[in-house]
Design a protein around this ligand. Structure first.
Ligand SMILES: NC(=O)c1ccc[n+]([C@@H]2O[C@H](COP(=O)([O-])OP(=O)(O)OC[C@H]3O[C@@H](n4cnc5c(N)ncnc54)[C@H](O)[C@@H]3O)[C@@H](O)[C@H]2O)c1
Ligand SMILES: Nc1ncnc2c1ncn2[C@@H]1O[C@H](COP(=O)(O)OP(=O)(O)OP(=O)(O)O)[C@@H](O)[C@H]1O
Length: 275
């Protein structure tokens, strides 16, 4: 059967939409290509909800890191190829000029019965009493009702049942190696090479800070938030849950990783994008 590909272009971005049209044209009859609803509207083609692309052989995300995270949330069951039209584009290994060629080559491999080439990366599951967040590619943050002076919350951190830290803080984040270069880095956490299986726990502006912790990927992290104002648990900056104090959030590697399709980027070269 012909491979199926989904294409998601960043909303309102003419360049992304034009590239989506070029990819549809280039794969021609070699694959069944669908675009997302917003892009379909602009290109005058029938679009499908991004969530309906979860069963595709490949989903192409054209935009910035935010668009990639959105595609992973909606259609993370499919390998995702990120085409970088954003400012940083850390998750998007492919430059726009190489996008058509890369997709055509992945489709040709798939037609030969090869799996889509890429690397599998962990996501994080965060849950509390009777709720669960969407799996996080980058990080789960637990923070007080607001950041800064007079805000924050008291947060105790336990790793595999053992207490590691307890302090008043703006928040605490648990990051994957993929997310180590994002919010974690801004809060003073370490870089983790993508090949390392690990979780990172970083406090945000703690009054009694501990150094950031790198722990094994099998760890169970428990974040217990107390204080008068409650707070929030947030996955990849977008999917959030209000917490009434006291609240316990459990974070661990999820059962469903994602596959980042396409060529493996040079990690150290990519870091230059962050400067
Ligand atoms: N102070 C900060 O650094 C800060 C604050 C809030 C959110 N974030 C990050 O933004 C992500 C949500 O992305 P968004 O686009 O919806 O919000 P956004 O537009 O506010 O993105 C913030 C920045 O983070 C970059 N980014 C995202 N993932 C990255 C990664 N894995 N490595 C390096 N840089 C990365 C984006 O390119 C963007 O420049 C969250 O997962 C969080 O990691 C960072
Ligand atoms: N095709 C689309 N359909 C529906 N929603 C979309 C689509 N493209 C983007 N979005 C929404 O926009 C958000 C991400 O885009 P955002 O404008 O933050 O840009 P970005 O990809 O991070 O790029 P930049 O690096 O330029 O900021 C997603 O979380 C999603 O809610």
């Amino acid at each position: 059967m012909d491979p199926s590909i989904g294409i998601v272009a960043q909303r309102g971005n003419d360049r992304a939409q034009a590239l989506a049209a070029s990819i549809v044209e280039a794969v021609g009859a070699d694959a069944r290509a669908v675009v997302d609803e917003e892009t379909g509207h602009v290109l005058d083609r029938k679009g499908v909800p991004v969530a309906a692309m979860a069963d595709c052989d490949l989903v192409v995300s054209i935009g910035g890191d935010g668009t990639f995270l959105f595609v992973a949330r909606e259609a993370g069951g499919a390998p995702i190829l990120g085409v970088n039209l954003g400012e940083v584009g850390f998750l998007n290994a492919v430059a726009p000029d190489d996008a058509v060629e890369t997709v055509v080559s992945l489709v040709a491999d798939r037609r030969q019965g090869e799996p889509i080439a890429g690397r599998t990366v962990d996501r994080l599951r965060a849950e509390g009493e009777g709720w669960e967040l969407a799996p996080a590619v980058n990080e789960v943050v637990v923070h007080g009702r607001r950041r800064g002076h007079g805000g924050g919350a008291e947060i105790e951190i336990r790793v595999d049942g053992e207490r590691y830290a307890e302090s008043h803080a703006d928040g605490v984040l648990v990051a994957t190696p993929t997310g180590s270069t994002a919010y974690n880095l801004s809060e003073g956490g370490p870089l983790v090479r993508p090949s390392v299986g690990a979780l990172v726990v970083t406090q945000m502006c703690a009054t009694e800070p501990m150094p950031p912790l790198v722990t094994d990927a099998e760890s169970e992290i428990e974040l217990r938030l107390t204080g008068p104002e409650g707070g929030y648990a947030i996955s990849d900056g977008r999917n959030r849950r209000r917490l009434e104090s006291p609240a316990t959030v459990r974070v661990a590697v999820a059962d469903d990783p994602i596959v980042i399709a396409g060529p493996r980027g040079n990690f150290f070269e990519a870091l230059e994008k962050l400067e």
